[in-house]
Design a protein around this ligand. Structure first.
Ligand SMILES: Cc1ncc(COP(=O)(O)O)c(C=O)c1O
Length: 370
């Protein structure tokens, strides 16, 4: 409906209804994720663009505190900033930093433990020249960094803390899972997707920034033909100018599911991830991660069999998962995040995997003994 309606959601006068639904959806997102009510919520194409927007605001904020006018003088003689991030950082953060002109020599990469969490003793000293990027929901293991200890340290030193919570931040919406992301509300900015766990159509990420003036200073635009009284219009807060009314889909999903429905969705996916992991173990897989959220990483002792099985399952059309490298080990990676996934789908997926293993073994002349 949003596509057919085809609103241009750049400011209130171009589409008052889209504007109102966007503001309402933004407030609901803050409530669901239990984030500061004063933060700005903007709807962008995905978490990648949410990173770009939030990190641009971070830089603006830190420079402003130092009295450096970035808009006037540009980056050439700007004070050096350092970005502290984990070796498990998602590639989208690296892309966002590159787009913003951060070089590799400005990155301070911190090692992680076996679950993909930043090792706190390895974190360098923070300062008011630092942007710390943390993660809620590792793309492989689903683990989150220890926000409740790392964020206060960084904030005390005057650093900006940004959180990549593309799917993992939704753990906040579940009382059973929210302990995993305890303390994340103390960060300065958050990037999260609606097109992942909230299951809106693709092209829907959410950028949340506590210090909204910093974001506005980077994004604001002005021309006689688009002047407005409202300081916080999308055109002044986000990278795009003309944009689709993607927040309508967020509004619709939250209206339909409600707080309870979202909690049930998150918890159901986490339960199914556990079922998958148990089923894989029965099929001879080693599960490589602690199943804390909706992610499962597993491997077979025979890598040739694993690769052939993966290809067969993908070809079967029964379910889809891909491969990854986890802690140096080639593995399969399964992610449960669809509202439509049922327990029957989990059993069908496990059967598809078992059948694929049998077929590969049979083709090799080694019929499975069961
Ligand atoms: C942890 C994490 N961060 C960032 C992203 C990038 O999100 P998007 O594709 O919406 O830009 C993803 C997507 O897979 C992700 O899992």
């Amino acid at each position: 409906m949003t596509s057919a309606w085809d609103q241009i959601a750049l400011m209130e006068s171009s589409s008052p209804v889209a504007d109102q639904l966007e503001k309402t959806a933004g407030l609901w997102v803050l409530e669901l994720l239990n984030l500061p009510p004063e933060a700005f919520v903007g709807f962008v194409t995905g978490t990648t663009m949410a990173h770009v927007s939030a990190l641009a605001a971070a830089r603006q904020y830190l420079y402003q505190k130092k009295g450096y006018d970035l808009a006037e003088h540009g980056l050439q003689n700007a004070p050096q900033l350092k970005v502290v991030l984990s070796e498990e950082v998602h590639i989208s953060v690296l892309k966002a930093l590159r787009l913003l002109g951060f070089g590799r020599s400005q990155l301070n990469i911190v090692p992680c433990d076996s679950q993909g969490q930043i090792i706190e003793s390895a974190v360098p000293e923070f300062s008011d020249n630092t942007i710390l990027v943390l993660q809620a929901g590792n793309v492989n293991s689903g683990s989150s960094d220890n926000f409740h200890t790392l964020i206060p340290q960084a904030k005390r030193a005057g650093s900006w803390v940004h959180v990549d919570g593309a799917f993992g931040l939704w753990a906040r919406a579940s009382s059973a899972q929210s302990a995993l992301v305890k303390g994340v509300e103390e960060a300065d900015s958050w990037a999260v997707d609606a097109h992942k766990w909230l299951n809106t159509p693709y092209d829907c990420g959410i950028c949340i920034v506590r210090h909204k003036h910093a974001l506005r200073e980077v994004m604001t635009t002005s021309a006689a033909y688009v002047e407005t009284q409202d300081m916080w219009q999308a055109k002044d807060m986000l990278p795009e100018f003309a944009r689709r009314a993607r927040a309508v889909e967020v509004w619709a999903a939250i209206s339909e599911l409600g707080v309870q429905g979202i909690q049930v969705l998150i918890e159901r996916c986490c339960l199914y991830a556990k079922m998958l992991a148990e089923g894989l173990e029965l099929l001879g897989f080693k599960v490589l991660n602690e199943i804390v959220l909706n992610q499962v990483v597993a491997c077979l002792p025979d890598i040739t069999l694993q690769r052939a099985m993966l290809q067969k399952v993908q070809q079967s059309g029964e379910c889809w998962f891909g491969q990854t490298i986890w802690q140096g080990q080639e593995a399969i990676r399964l992610s449960v995040s669809s509202w439509a996934t049922t327990e029957d789908d989990i059993q069908r997926s496990l059967k598809a995997i078992a059948d694929a293993i049998d077929k590969v073994k049979y083709a090799d002349g080694m019929v499975r003994q069961s």
